[in-house]
Write a protein that binds this ligand. Structure first.
Ligand code: DGT
Ligand code: CA
Ligand code: CA
Ligand code: ZN
Length: 575
């Protein structure tokens, strides 16, 4: 338990008390304590150990007791009891400008609003100003507030966050005195969405000020949240926060491990260290009894000293990686270099921006051995989907391009719609002429779980189908996945020798990391595709690889790491 953990709990206590309309003095005392603890230069644990907690301004004996309880148990009874109160779910609403505790409670009672999404829906539907005493103006203010909330508090897509980060890293790298620079946090773990960006550096003592100046003075900075000697935080114009920490080389590896997280992984590593008589913190690894510094300059030190091999950042979610590492059973994670081709992309024939040849030439430059051209079928009218005759001509065009360009095999394919009744949008005679058939749902997303599962299971039972595209249909931060029984779909895929797609389009990342792991365990194969609608988008493969690594995938789990011969066997359902 760190100072921020204690502060977070106190802040939440204050929120809940506020929603419960409790004594304002009590609420204020928790708020003040949270702030004091957050900014405290000392560790609350050591203050508790020496009995000095009560000397901290704003901390009386009752709060000191709670802090001690939190340090020793991870939480406190009072907080746990408060969390049982139904108003607890409303705490997020308080972050919206214009929504105070009274209004939050009322919105909940009168409109059933439980979270920010509900609130947005109600406001958009004009339901707020139908309530007594709420004017249209407030409704507008709340909608604006939600927009802001999403920009500032909302999570950013991995691809966006990486883009901002790479330009910042470039700027920092060009500063004198920078010795080492690393991305940490959820971005290093390649999570599909990123709360804020964490960057760590080692800089020469004499250049630290300059480095901080350069960081807070970047063009992309909208707001400097904090500027210090060792840590600064800025808000970029895009609304994402970036934290920069300057560290000592002696503890850099321990800090890199700590700030990479996840928090749950860190806690598990710390517990493991404790059992070995060690103490792991962001400052290093220490012998618990003597506080002797044992290491921490390199991240490997942390793992080595707790008797573990290095665990790749993408696995650090405390979801079995420590146990696997202990048994020597960590996966040999797939890498971008293992990918030999891309099996979903669109051309001018439907809604793509480039020709077959342009796609192939770009893919060749990426070092690929093969690609599949998979335009839309006719049901997707807005995308100019192909009918049977058009596809027949398109296959001829693909074959022609394939003869013209050497060094890469261009497979002919189609992304065929699975109709609501589970039939496919194109006749079997033409599907059987394609090297690769990808089945996809692009309509009627709101079917019941049972209906949607039946639809997809029937669709992939067509013997021509090789891959199921973006199996859950979700769009990150925009559209929820459709209701499906993924286990049933995995079973159908196994039976029919169909691979499930990991769609690498930055808005999709579908399947998700946890699904990939589930599919891998079932023995069903995955195809990591970019679904490119322009040649340049073929580089999005990196996001699919990131997600695949988070899903514990190894090269053998993924059909587009196969040689062309092996891939053809799989496509012929003989692999
Ligand atoms: P995000 O930013 O929400 O996408 O997720 P993270 O994982 O980047 O979280 P962040 O930025 O709050 O903190 C970076 C890392 O620092 C986090 O992964 C683990 C470590 N860390 C932060 N707060 C705590 C904490 O209260 N306890 C522990 N053990 N580690 C923490
Ligand atoms: Ca972060
Ligand atoms: Ca952070
Ligand atoms: Zn398309």
């Amino acid at each position: 338990m760190e100072n921020i953990d204690v502060a977070r709990i106190f802040d939440e206590i204050a929120d809940i008390l506020e929603l419960k309309n409790e004594n304002p003095f009590r609420i204020r005392s928790y708020r003040r304590a949270a702030r004091v603890i957050r900014d405290l230069p000392d560790d609350v644990k050591s203050l508790a150990a020496t009995g000095e907690l009560k000397t901290v301004p704003g901390i009386g004996s009752s709060l000191a007791e709670k802090i001690e309880e939190i340090i020793s148990t991870g939480t406190c009874k009072f907080y746990e009891e408060l969390k049982q109160d139904p108003v607890y779910t409303l705490t997020d609403l308080l972050s919206i400008p214009g929504v105070g505790p009274k209004l939050a409670v009322r919105l909940n009672k009168e409109l059933g609003v439980k979270n920010v999404d509900d609130l947005e829906r109600a406001a958009r539907a004009g339901k707020l100003h139908s309530l007594d005493g709420i004017r249209e103006k407030l409704e507008e203010k709340i909608l604006k507030g939600i927009e802001q909330y999403r920009r500032h508090v909302g999570r950013f897509k991995l691809a966006d966050a990486l883009t901002y980060t790479e330009s910042i890293v470039k700027i920092l790298k060009s500063q004198r005195g920078i010795i080492q620079i690393d991305i940490a946090g959820s971005l290093r773990r390649m999570k599909e969405t990123i709360g804020d960006i964490d960057i760590l550096v080692i800089a020469k003592q004499t250049h630290r000020d300059k480095v901080m100046e350069a960081f807070t003075g970047m063009d992309v900075v909208a707001d400097v949240i904090a500027k210090g000697d060792t840590k600064s935080s800025v808000l970029l114009r895009s609304g994402i926060q970036v934290d920069l920490r300057i560290l000592d080389s002696k503890s850099y590896g321990a800090a890199l491990h700590y700030f990479t997280g996840s928090k749950d992984h860190n806690v598990a590593i710390r517990d493991r260290a404790k059992r070995k008589g060690l103490k792991v913190s962001e400052y290093g690894v220490f012998e618990a009894k003597t506080n002797r510094h044992l290491g921490g300059a390199h991240e490997e030190d942390v793992f080595r000293l707790v008797d573990l091999p290095f665990i790749p950042p993408e696995l650090r979610e405390n979801s079995g990686e420590i146990e696997a590492a202990e048994k020597g059973k960590l996966p040999h994670l797939i890498e971008l270099g293992d990918i030999k081709g891309d099996l979903q992309m669109h051309t001018k024939a439907s809604d793509g921006a480039n020709t077959i040849e342009e796609m192939a030439l770009f893919a060749k430059r990426l070092g690929y051995r093969y690609i599949a051209i998979t335009d839309h079928s006719k049901a997707v009218r807005v995308a100019g989907g192909l009918n049977e005759e058009e596809l027949e001509a398109h296959i001829q065009a693909i074959k022609k391009a394939n003869r013209k360009i050497d060094g890469i095999e261009i497979l002919s394919g189609i992304e065929v719609d699975v109709m609501p009744d589970g039939s496919l949008d194109l006749a079997d005679w033409i599907l059987s002429k394609c090297d690769v058939v990808i089945a996809a749902v692009h309509s009627r997303f709101n079917m019941s779980r049972q209906e949607m599962t039946k639809r997809i299971v029937k669709g992939i039972a067509n013997p021509n189908v090789n891959i199921l595209a973006h199996p859950t249909g979700r769009i990150i931060n925009e559209r929820d996945p459709y209701e499906i029984d993924l286990e049933a779909i995995i079973a159908a895929a196994r039976k029919n020798k169909v691979a499930l797609e990991l769609n690498s389009y930055p808005d999709r990342l579908d399947l998700r990391d946890v699904h990939c792991r589930q599919v891998k365990e079932s023995g069903v194969k995955i195809s990591i595709n970019t679904d490119s609608h322009a040649a340049i988008q073929l580089v999005n493969m990196r996001y699919g690889i990131a997600t695949a690594r988070r899903g514990w995938l190894e090269p053998g789990d993924v059909i587009n790491t196969y040689s062309l011969a092996k891939l053809r066997k799989f496509l012929a359902k003989q692999g």
